[in-house]
Design a protein. Structure first.
Length: 241
């Protein structure tokens, strides 16, 4: 069995379709939240993931779109995008988002949007990673939220390691280490590579691969302009930050 784990699609249907075209029909599709917000096609993205994703958890932008949760912490552009998303989000999309859990636990791994227990915290440095490892006993923790493709390790004596996966690449996991796997973002990468990111996970090989791939950024930007979404959000897609 192989998993394709995607996060932070943010209403970017062009990139989602490209990501799924790189999966096999028997891959288990997993979504780590922030399905909507920022991008111009929230309903289309929800419709595809409702159909294709076997497992999905809730992101902070999903919750903000549903009930305004946390928008006071958003910057002006993010808030404007959420307001637009709230206006266009249809009833079937709301109903699906409303039922997403904050976490899903499997024997070998945990799925959360940002971090274990504190679901919308960011894991950005070794201290954050150590705290996250302490809050769960899951051997592998899959996260998104930062829009940065990277991973963290903790070995038997507690030492924390870290690596960015800005150009993609793979990881062979050791049984005596734990891992936090940040899958990066399908819809709005922020690690200075505008190529989108998701991971393939093969449990039998203990192997993770980060795929970085192209999609039509110009088409998404054209739609965002037509929808009147903030210029800052349009521009950052081509810069990847
Ligand atoms: Zn996000």
């Amino acid at each position: 069995m192989r998993y394709a784990i995607l996060s932070d699609v943010h209403g970017n249907v062009e990139s989602l379709v490209q990501a799924l075209s790189r999966t096999r029909s028997d891959d288990v599709i997993v979504c780590l939240g922030d399905v909507v917000g920022y991008g111009p096609n929230p309903n289309e993205v929800v419709a595809i993931l409702r159909d294709r994703a076997r497992h999905a958890v809730l992101g902070n932008h999903d919750l903000a779109a549903l009930e305004g949760f946390g928008v006071e912490h958003f910057n002006e552009a993010a808030r404007a995008a959420i307001q637009w998303t709230q206006e266009v989000l249809d009833q079937p999309a709301r109903a699906w988002l409303n039922l997403l859990p904050y976490e899903l636990r499997f024997p070998e791994f945990l799925l959360v949007h940002g971090a274990p227990v504190a679901y919308f915290e960011y894991i950005l440095d070794k201290q954050d990673a150590a705290a996250a490892f302490d809050r769960t006993d899951a051997p592998i923790i899959f996260v998104g939220h930062t829009h940065i493709a990277q991973y963290w390790t903790r070995d038997a004596d507690g030492a924390i390691g870290h690596k960015h996966m800005q150009g993609g690449g793979s990881l062979e996991m050791h049984t005596d280490r734990r891992y936090i796997v940040d899958v990066g973002s399908v819809g709005q990468p922020r690690d200075l590579n505008p190529q989108a990111s998701f991971v393939l996970y093969e449990p039998s090989l203990r192997r993770i691969e980060w795929l970085r791939y192209d999609y039509s950024i110009e088409e998404v930007q054209r739609k965002m302009r037509a929808a009147g979404l903030p210029r800052y959000l349009v521009d950052r897609l081509s810069r990847g930050r």
